[in-house]
Design a protein around this ligand. Sequence first.
Ligand code: 3HC
Length: 282
Amino acid sequence: MAISTVGVVGAGQMGAGIAQVAAATGRSVILQDIASEFVERGMATIHGSLEKFVAKGKLPAGEADAIEGRITPSVEQGALAKADIVIEAIIEDQSLKEGLFATLGKLCPPGTILASNTSSISITELGKASGRPTEFIGMHFMNPVPLMELVEVIRGRETSDATCATVMALAREMGKTPVEANDFPGFVANRILLPMLNEACFALMEGVAEAEAIDTVMKLGMNHPMGPLALADYIGLDTCLSIMEVLHSGFDDDKYRPCPLLREKVEAGHLGRKSGRGFYEY
Ligand code: 3HC
């Protein structure tokens, strides 16, 4: 199916990044969130990212303006009815996502693809909530979206071949490399990444080393661009905890138990970069 307008729900760091790379394909984008301050912040994130590309000579200034100009911010859910695909990027809460997809399933005309950027929640279950499981798919972007090449594409049990083909082609046009994964908790990316970040929390909690030392070991010893604790702060500790909880309950295996220190930080509101404090202060 031809996609000319992309809807993005949720203007946080992921949603803003998705809107940016979608607009860079030349398509119109509707960036929707529940409050004007959220959409304004999302537009500011996009502006800041585009400015970096312009400053580095990777993007002509006129093209950056054109990309921004193709994005329409909105606080009205009804605006999404015009989209040919709606990509959801709200917080990792299954019941909130299911409620949203039930609404979108009624609001969007038949044929509109509904996609979730969930980091770990079952695509089959979200697809069922949407009432259009054949036109439902997981489209999992990596943070920071404008820089990271991967999109994990996850088919639910009933996702059609046509939906999958459309989304794979769209991801390529966004400059990404899509990789298909099946619908298991955490898919591939977070099933492998998050236990490592969680283990770094255990190492810190048990006093194996200080945070900086743990991160330095992984950066210098394994050539990771960021240490695991800095990366957890970057992703958001609440998101990390949600993913660990999905892995823990989904596999019913204690090897995925969330580290108590991670839980404690989330309970204290120390969510990483976005709250100014996590394993580090910002
Ligand atoms: N838009 C445009 N440019 C950006 C940018 C953005 N959003 N963010 C950073 N940049 C640019 C910077 O301006 C800088 O440019 P320069 O090299 O010309 O100065 C360049 O990217 C590098 O940035 P920094 O110097 O600030 O820092 P780094 O060299 O450490 O690079 C990074 C930043 C690309 C984020 C790198 O640290 C990295 O790859 N980290 C790992 C990220 C990762 O693992 N992401 C996946 C997380 S898991 C996930 O998202 C799944 C979810 O479900 C949890």
